[in-house]
Design a protein around this ligand. Structure first.
Ligand code: FAD
Length: 424
């Protein structure tokens, strides 16, 4: 039984199917929705994610459909000073500029490639639970009562993952009473002053206002703020499912974006002067605790992407880390020849996969914390004074320039050495 079944045709699931196909491994994807996920909005892909998309033959197709950029500026709302810059890409240093691209563009590009390769994607089929999980394979059930078998079952089913329940039956993601409130508006409306760099995060003691260009020519921007949702009226837990998609919630979000503008410069007043409620996106933040295991004891049920690690948005690494999960797993399975006949090697490879990936996710979580800390209006993290208000640069080499192929080659070379040592 060499087949791999993937639950979820989101960015992780589709990318994994392509990665496996490149290694000659058959996969089938099951997606609960009738059509591909479209939660709207653009996402930011950094060089580590773009390298994976390039290897999957997706990057060249989506690049002309997105906005390429290198850095995000942080500015003070009160003084207009540049506080620091955060590098999202750099062709010379990391091989790629960062790309802001609509999620639908990315999903469609992946889906078209999946279909071109003849990889089966079954829409409207909701995974329910694992029936049996042995070293020989997995039997699992769908919500319609039907069952299937697979050599390896991969849960790429997002933060509310059902596959994860097999590993953590009682785990529920926690709503942290925060939401990202964003809108898309025409860039022309902002009257961006000459020489003013966007994307920018304008920080004030009350919070930060983000402006990030999208569309190929930057003719549209995403604007946004984070909102604390507390109390009966604003607590998501007391609202019916899907509340964030209602017109009422969107109109309320428009008012929220327009409030408190007196603390921000004119560009923010302009940005929020006209907002179409239909272009509002509300993103409730959930967290999942750090998980000790991303695979079952047999390593035949695996979770990845948001199902394994929900990464807060500060460093823009959610999708990028999911792409790394996918790519390293495909490389390992490719070397194992599918869902692995050699049980020990399969188990060891999957253990290595999780250790390697978890260590990088941990570093990203640490980076997130550093970014959040720096966004707080405190002078003691500044380097220098006066015009030298720029903070020390982040070292992002480890994040954007990781050699994932090299890491997997090295691991297999080590396994070979060890098994030869045992034989001798
Ligand atoms: C508004 C917003 C902006 C973001 N911006 C960025 C960004 O700029 N950069 C970045 O790196 N990250 C960003 N993220 C995070 C990023 O979207 C996630 O990390 C990423 O989507 C995770 O992909 P995934 O495939 O693991 O999960 P998902 O995208 O959640 O996909 C899971 C799929 O599984 C399907 N599914 C769920 N349950 C079942 C079931 N029982 N049976 C079958 N199918 C099922 C779902 O329908 C869905 O299609 C953003 C997130 C949001 C919400």
């Amino acid at each position: 039984m060499d087949s791999v079944t993937i639950i979820g045709a989101g960015l992780s699931g589709l990318a994994l199917a392509l990665g496996l196909h490149l290694k000659g491994i058959r996969a089938t994807i099951y997606e609960s929705r009738a059509t591909p996920l479209n939660i709207g909005g653009a996402v930011m892909i950094s060089p580590n994610g773009l390298r994976v998309l390039d290897a999957l033959n997706i990057y060249q197709g989506v690049k002309p459909q997105g906005y390429s950029f290198d850095r995000l500026d942080f500015k003070s709302a009160a003084t207009g000073d540049l506080l620091e810059t955060y590098e999202f890409g750099n062709a010379d240093r990391y091989g790629y500029r960062a790309l802001r691209v609509y999620r639908t563009v990315l999903i469609n590009a992946l889906l078209e490639e999946v279909e071109r390769k003849g990889i089966p994607v079954v829409f409207g089929k909701r995974f329910s639970h694992v029936v049996e999980d042995t070293a020989q394979g997995v039997t699992f059930a769908f919500a319609d009562g039907s069952t299937e078998k697979a050599g390896l079952l991969v849960g790429a089913d997002g933060i509310h993952s059902k596959v994860r329940r097999h590993l953590y039956p009682d785990l529920e993601p926690t709503f942290i009473h925060m939401a990202g409130i964003t809108a898309a508006v025409p860039t022309a409306q902002l009257k961006v002053p000459e020489g003013y760099h966007i994307p920018v995060t304008i920080t004030s003691p009350q919070g930060a206002f983000v402006i990030a260009p999208q569309e190929v020519d930057g003719s549209e921007v995403l604007i946004g703020k984070q909102r604390r949702l507390l109390g009966d009226d604003n607590d998501e837990a007391t609202k019916p499912p899907g509340w964030e998609k209602t017109l009422e919630a969107k109109q309320d979000a428009v008012r929220f974006l327009q409030q408190g503008n007196e603390q921000f410069p004119e560009i923010v007043h302009n940005a929020t002067s006209q907002i179409d409620p239909a272009r509002i996106n509300i993103w409730p933040f959930y967290v999942v605790p750090r998980l000790e295991r991303w695979a079952s004891a047999t390593r035949r049920v695996v979770i990845l992407g948001d199902a394994a690690h929900a990464i807060p948005p500060s460093a823009g690494q959610g999708i990028n880390q999911a792409f790394e999960d996918v790519y390293v797993l495909a490389l390992l399975l490719g070397r194992l020849g599918g869902a692995g006949e050699d049980e020990k090697l399969h188990t060891d490879a999957l253990s290595f996969w999780q250790e390697y990936r978890q260590a990088r996710v941990d570093k990203v979580l640490d980076l997130n914390r550093q970014i959040d800390l720096r966004r707080m209006p405190s002078d003691d993290k500044l380097v220098g004074t006066g015009s030298g208000v720029l903070k020390e640069e982040f070292d992002l080499e480890w994040l954007y320039n990781a050699d994932l192929n090299g890491v997997v080659d090295e691991w297999f070379a080590k396994q070979k050495e060890e098994s030869q040592a045992v034989e001798n």
